[in-house]
Write a protein that binds this ligand. Structure first.
Ligand SMILES: NC(=O)c1ccc[n+]([C@@H]2O[C@H](COP(=O)([O-])OP(=O)(O)OC[C@H]3O[C@@H](n4cnc5c(N)ncnc54)[C@H](O)[C@@H]3O)[C@@H](O)[C@H]2O)c1
Length: 260
């Protein structure tokens, strides 16, 4: 039975941890979860940014704590999950969003760029899944895990992103695997795959290479880039009672990009 039968999207009484929540999509999702009633751990490598977002959520009447963490460091991840648990209580919703891009033509890509992107985007998410998953299993009340993938898991793009695409493809595969492995514990594991979405990451790229904007727009049948707001609803949905029989799914939020 849903916990909130009158409002399937109500997240009150739940604790959420969002990584990379100091900027862009993670910030929007952390704020969205708080608006829907969850208590939120705002986790980011940029401590000041995390503090500012958590303060903004609290000023708006929500409940948030800021936690500094580098997802590329297993001991930092363990410490962050311990801190979130001690400040908020057990984590019900984990949203793995922290991610970077290090672009290079494939034929020139260094091992360093490859390893860095895979370590943050894919292994960073796994580190959090492992740390939070073990606690969800011990607690025995299920949970939700949502991994921020990308359309690049499914379609090729021409912006020097082989490392990034591999990390996102890995996230989609890991999502399916964990969904099956942890289904007996009622831990639902899903992914979101956005297309090009206006965030500081993408704004920076378009500022450096203005022709990228046209390339991105041409990929999207709806004729516009995504907004942070476009991703918040799907993230709330997958965390909520409205998605209680969905697991192992990758939800495309792409303006039709992959429908072409
Ligand atoms: N913007 C897009 O078009 C788009 C499309 C598809 C997927 N995504 C994915 O969405 C996620 C968020 O992207 P965004 O566009 O909001 O980027 P962003 O750069 O605005 O935000 C990323 C956040 O992650 C944090 N971060 C980076 N490395 C970290 C680390 N090692 N440990 C902890 N935090 C770290 C940054 O400090 C930043 O606050 C990424 O995983 C990205 O790959 C973005």
């Amino acid at each position: 039975m849903p916990q909130h039968p009158d409002n399937l999207f109500d997240l009150s009484g739940r604790n959420a941890l969002v990584t990379g929540a100091g900027s862009g999509l993670g910030r929007g999702i952390a704020e969205g979860y708080a608006r829907y009633g969850a208590k939120v751990a705002v986790v980011d490598i940029d401590e000041e940014a995390a503090r500012a977002i958590a303060r903004g959520i609290s000023d708006a009447g929500g409940h948030a704590v800021a936690i500094a963490c580098d997802v590329a460091d297993s001991s930092s991840v363990t410490a962050a999950v311990n801190e979130a648990a001690s400040q908020l209580g057990d984590i019900d919703i984990l949203l793995n969003n922290a991610g970077i891009g290090k672009r290079s033509k494939a034929e020139e890509m260094s091992d360093e760029y490859w390893d860095l992107v895979l370590d943050i985007n894919l292994k960073g998410a796994f580190r959090f899944c492992r740390e939070v998953g073990v606690r969800m299993i011990e607690r025995g009340r299920g949970g939700r895990i949502i991994n921020m993938a990308s359309v690049t898991a499914l379609v090729g793009i021409d912006t020097g992103n082989a490392n990034y695409a591999a990390s996102k493809g890995g996230l989609v595969a890991m999502t399916r695997c964990l969904a099956v492995e942890w289904a007996p514990h009622n831990i639902l594991v899903n992914a979101i795959a956005p297309s090009h979405t206006r965030t500081p990451l993408i704004e920076k790229l378009m500022a450096e290479k203005p022709e990228t904007r046209t390339y991105f727009l041409n990929n999207i049948p709806l004729g516009r880039l995504g907004t942070v707001g476009d991703i918040v609803g799907p993230a709330v949905f997958l965390a909520s009672d409205a998605a209680s029989f969905i697991t192992g799914h990758t939800l495309l939020v792409d303006g039709g990009h992959t429908a072409k």
